[in-house]
Ligand binder design. Structure first.
Ligand code: SF4
Length: 376
């Protein structure tokens, strides 16, 4: 599994590139609850990421579902590092945030531009983050974010986040933070504390006080959630924090099928603003579950479960469950082979990207307004 073993402890690395092999073991190790069918059925709306078990784990999600049912307010909080254009991984987190924002009119989305993390992890200057963040917000709006119920802010600008991080750091010793994150540059430990401030920001009096908060993230971000919940509990008397809830999505493989999808390997991912020819090339070069020859594949069928083309459609670009089911069986039976299938995938992905680009261009003015709104 993508968990580093150190003497007497195991570490899940939010900045690493490993994939997870054994989710059940991870759930047991860190006390994460699985997303069950029963839980899915209690959502007021469905989403392909839930139905297809891309979102697989949670902490205290029942608290959010109760708030929705009872019409109480809650916060959706997540941050995206503005270290590049939205790629498939950021699209996934963005869609989850928007899903939770749209589940209830009482939900407010807190969108954090994680420029301090980009500075510490990617050595990216703050002014570069600002430019990229504008493009990221255009994507968020095009994906369906409701601009009337969102608080967009930069980590480096939001003094309340920085103040919270510094107050709550009182209870964090070097051995505690090392036990959670392993040996890292001090800047990343500070980024982790700032993320604690981000997650608890919606519960400050200026934002209406303590409230249920859900943080949709990839499962490799769980260390931040654990640290936040621990500190929220320790400071409950001072701030009255409600322990934040979280949902976790699986770590998605990149197009090579070998690594976690990330910007580190450009052939393994594409961005939503990338040249269409380049996207097509990457899809056509992706790892598949096909057989060595077309003859063998027609005879024995392919393996969609290990195929990145199938994964691309299942996780990111195909809403129609029956289309996917049909493709799965056509692949298994050898009725369709990889060359034809990749063409189908290219058409569907490029169509989606072109539609998305038309929408995002119309959002530029609104995105600029949201970006400036809470500027200090
Ligand atoms: Fe993947 Fe399609 Fe080939 Fe099946 S036919 S292995 S789904 S590319």
């Amino acid at each position: 599994m993508g968990v580093k073993e150190e003497p007497n402890k195991e570490i899940l690395d939010p900045w690493g590139s490993s994939l997870i092999k054994d989710y059940e073991r991870l759930f047991t190790l860190f006390g994460i609850s699985p997303i069950t069918d029963e839980l899915i059925s209690s959502f007021p709306a469905t989403h392909r990421l839930l139905r297809r078990k891309v979102i697989i784990g949670h902490r205290d999600l029942e608290r959010i579902l109760s708030a929705i049912k009872e019409g109480r307010e809650y916060a959706v909080m997540s941050g995206i590092k503005p270290s590049g254009e939205f790629h498939l991984g950021s699209k996934l987190t963005a869609e989850e945030m928007i899903f939770f924002q749209r589940l209830s009119p009482r939900a407010t989305l807190y969108y954090c531009i994680a420029d301090v993390e980009a500075y510490n992890d990617n050595r990216q200057p703050l002014h570069v983050s600002e430019e990229i963040a504008l493009s990221n917000i255009m994507d968020m709006l095009a994906l369906g974010m409701d601009p009337k119920r969102v608080y967009v802010y930069r980590q480096s600008d939001e003094l309340r986040v920085l103040r919270l991080a510094s107050l709550l750091s009182r209870d964090v010793t070097y051995s505690t933070i090392r036990a959670i994150y392993g040996d890292k540059p001090f800047g990343l430990y500070i980024s982790a504390l700032i993320q604690v401030g981000d997650i608890l920001l919606p519960q400050l009096p200026e934002f209406g006080g303590p409230k249920p908060t859900v943080v949709p993230v990839g499962i490799d971000q769980d260390p931040h959630i654990r640290l936040t919940r621990d500190l929220a509990k320790r400071h409950e008397k001072d701030f009255g924090f409600i322990l934040p809830s979280a949902t976790y999505h699986r770590l998605i493989r990149d197009l090579t099928g070998r690594e976690k999808m990330s910007k580190r390997n450009p052939m393994g991912m594409f961005t939503l603003t990338e040249d269409l020819k380049s996207i097509k090339y990457k899809i056509m070069s992706a790892y598949t579950g096909g057989r060595p020859t077309a003859r063998e594949q027609r005879e024995y069928g392919g393996d969609p479960d290990s195929c990145m083309i199938y994964e691309l459609l299942r996780v990111h670009f195909e809403e129609d469950d029956s289309f996917l089911k049909d493709l799965y069986y056509r692949c298994k039976s050898g009725e369709i082979i990889c060359g034809e299938c990749k063409q189908v995938a290219v058409e569907r992905v490029l169509r989606w990207i072109e539609e998305h680009r038309k929408k995002r261009e119309k959002m530029r003015g609104l995105a600029e307004k949201l970006l400036k709104e809470h500027r200090i």
